[in-house]
Design a protein around this ligand. Structure first.
Ligand code: AMP
Length: 239
């Protein structure tokens, strides 16, 4: 057991699934895989980055990977852009090919952000990856719509901002690299409503899928401050 041998402070997440391979550690146990799920604007990306830093595991966002492909200007990127801007989901097959490469190269553990989003994707994950915990961030649809109207991202590095809860130091300018802040096309009103409907139809059943498998699912109230949500996540899964 990792607790006795390595005094790993991550034990409440790992609960014996992970194996630390070196000395006393304060963070990160080999092989801890966590999924974070939530509707758009629930703060999933922000919380995922904080969790990955805290637990010392790799943060992988399918949305960020797809946006990087779009930004590259490749043929595939142009195809993806049309699907994403319309508020639709990218095909399961394409997503799986991207994700599979990532978890083959991160044995220290991975935080999957934005994946799986459908039952077929969850079935594919099941075949390849042991999931230790699922965190579901819950917010009302009205909150999602309201928050999206204040959400912006850097046109250069993709960093996310919110004019209410996470404003940049200078309006319209990225704190990190000075890039212009823009609204994502998939955050425009028609795409937002489509994405919320897809979330309820296709992604909410993924939570029940993990519950049925006996994986710990932690439902966290996303209608709090960023730090409040993060504290609730740590309180739920153990820090
Ligand atoms: P996100 O930043 O997670 O909201 O993702 C932005 C967009 O990327 C989504 O609206 C989808 O079009 C696409 N996308 C991201 N992850 C997935 C996924 N697991 N399956 C299908 N499409 C995805």
């Amino acid at each position: 057991m990792i607790e006795a041998e390595f005094s790993c402070t991550n034990r409440s997440v790992v609960r014996g699934y992970g194996t630390c391979t070196d000395g006393p550690r304060t963070r990160g146990c080999i092989g801890v895989n966590i999924i974070i799920i939530g509707p758009q604007a629930c703060g999933k990306g922000t919380q995922a980055a904080k969790m990955a830093g805290h637990f010392g595991i790799f943060h992988f966002s399918t949305g960020d990977a797809l946006r990087a492909e779009v930004k590259s200007g490749s043929d595939l990127g142009q195809e993806l852009s049309a699907v994403m801007n319309a508020g639709k989901l990218v095909s399961d097959e394409l997503i799986f090919n991207i994700v599979k490469k990532v978890y083959q190269t991160h044995p220290e553990g991975i935080l999957l952000d934005g994946y799986p989003r459908t039952i077929p994707q969850a079935e594919l994950v099941k075949a390849d990856l042991k999931v230790d915990a699922v965190v579901e961030i819950v917010i009302k649809d009205e909150t999602a719509v309201e928050r999206i109207s204040s959400r912006f991202m850097c046109s250069e590095c993709g960093a996310g901002y919110n004019t209410v809860s996470l404003p940049p130091k200078t309006a319209g300018v990225c704190d990190k690299d000075g890039g212009a802040l823009i609204q994502r096309d998939d955050d425009k009103p028609e795409a937002v409503l489509k994405r919320l409907a897809l979330y309820h139809d296709q992604t909410v059943p993924v939570v029940a899928f993990y519950e049925a498998l006996g994986v710990s699912v932690y439902k966290v109230n996303g209608e709090q401050s960023i730090d409040g949500v993060f504290d609730s996540i740590l309180a739920a899964i153990g820090d």
